[in-house]
Design a protein around this ligand. Structure first.
Ligand SMILES: NC(=O)c1ccc[n+]([C@@H]2O[C@H](COP(=O)([O-])OP(=O)(O)OC[C@H]3O[C@@H](n4cnc5c(N)ncnc54)[C@H](OP(=O)(O)O)[C@@H]3O)[C@@H](O)[C@H]2O)c1
Length: 319
């Protein structure tokens, strides 16, 4: 008998598929995926049918949640536009009114957004609006944050559902474009470990704190470059983007591999990459002070920065 029926909205995406995979591997819950279109997804040798969802219609989402007796909604929707943000807000309203959903994880999986973040990253509004809607609801919720994903530095040798995206470090070219002076700390987690923590959270039947931070390791971008140099046994070409350059939205863009998100997917990508740089410089890419909860789940041993880089680029990589 599954413990909960869990719906992962956006379970077709990079983070979402990792979360679905983690829940399927855990094997305790019935897992469904909400998607804008019907399809079947192969995840960890299980076939999961997606439920076609119209995120603009709250009544139809309420019917879906009731029909499938959904207890828990995990959102992994991409919050890249006002339309996407509204989709998640509508889903929160539907979950609140469904009468079946008791717990909700909003799409976070990044930094701990606060009103201060708005001054240099206006899109933070989407995450803050979702948190405000959940605070006003009776749903149990927690905002899962970790900082920056380690997946980009392990692809393709360390399995990930995320699209490749070169940011700060280009292992192929042995080149780094560091935001600021590279001394501020950044916290990291691989999405495989994120998924294990999220699955474990569902086992916790008590109150959830507003923010649940999980990290695999903490390092500055400068320290990350030194790890990369040690593991690859090469001196890297390192340049630095000043705060002025980042504030002008002119961060250095690394050449992207096939399959990476493009300017077409994310108009204003260079501005967004510049804002990521400002997040690092202002220290908000390190979520350590948001309340790290690794200790609540000691059986999970997340991969560190060194482990991912060794597995992907070390002497025995691909062996
Ligand atoms: N910390 C980090 O380094 C990091 C990195 C990446 C992502 N994130 C965060 O993780 C979350 C998910 O990101 P992601 O990269 O996994 O997203 P993604 O793969 O780009 O998209 C996730 C899903 O969102 C759904 N979607 C797209 N547009 C939509 C719309 N207009 N209305 C409703 N649904 C829509 C799609 O599902 P269907 O097509 O099936 O409907 C898609 O599969 C975001 O909050 C993001 O900020 C953090």
């Amino acid at each position: 008998m599954p413990a909960f029926t869990v719906a992962v909205a956006g379970g077709t995406g990079g983070i979402g598929r990792a979360l679905v995979n983690g829940l399927v591997q855990q094997g305790k819950h019935k897992v469904l995926i909400l998607s804008r279109k019907s399809s079947t997804l192969e995840v960890d040798s299980a076939s999961i049918s997606t439920i076609a969802t119209d995120y603009t219609s709250i009544p139809s989402m309420i019917s879906t949640l009731q029909e499938h007796k959904i207890d828990v909604v995990i959102s992994a929707l991409i919050l890249s536009s006002p339309e996407n943000s509204q989709a998640q807000l509508n889903l929160i309203t539907a979950a609140t009114q469904s009468g079946t959903v008791t717990s909700f994880l909003p799409s976070e999986y990044g930094i701990h957004y606060t009103p201060e973040t708005l001054s240099f990253h206006p899109a933070a509004r989407y995450w803050l609006d979702a948190a405000a809607a959940l605070r006003a609801s009776a749903l149990r919720f927690t905002r899962v944050v970790f900082g920056w994903t380690l997946d980009h530095y392990g692809i393709p040798r360390v399995h990930s559902y995320m699209k490749p995206f070169k940011y700060v470090l280009d292992f192929d070219a042995r080149r780094a474009a560091v935001p600021g002076d590279g001394t501020q700390k950044v916290s990291f987690l691989h999405t495989t470990d994120l998924a294990r923590y999220v699955a474990a959270l569902l086992e916790d039947e008590g109150e959830w704190p507003e923010v649940s931070a999980f990290v695999g390791g903490v390092a500055s971008w400068g320290e990350f470059v030194r790890i990369a140099e040690r593991v690859t046994g090469a001196k890297w070409d390192v340049t630095y983007d000043s705060v002025e350059v980042l504030e002008k939205g002119e961060a250095t863009m690394l050449p992207q591999p096939p399959g990476a998100p493009t300017e077409e997917d994310y108009p204003g990508m260079r501005e967004m990459v510049s804002e990521f740089g400002l997040m690092a410089v202002r220290g908000v890419l390190d979520v350590s002070d948001a309340g790290i909860r690794n200790g609540a789940f000691p059986h999970i041993k997340p991969m560190s920065v060194e482990e991912v880089v060794e597995k992907a680029w070390g002497r025995d990589a691909g062996a």
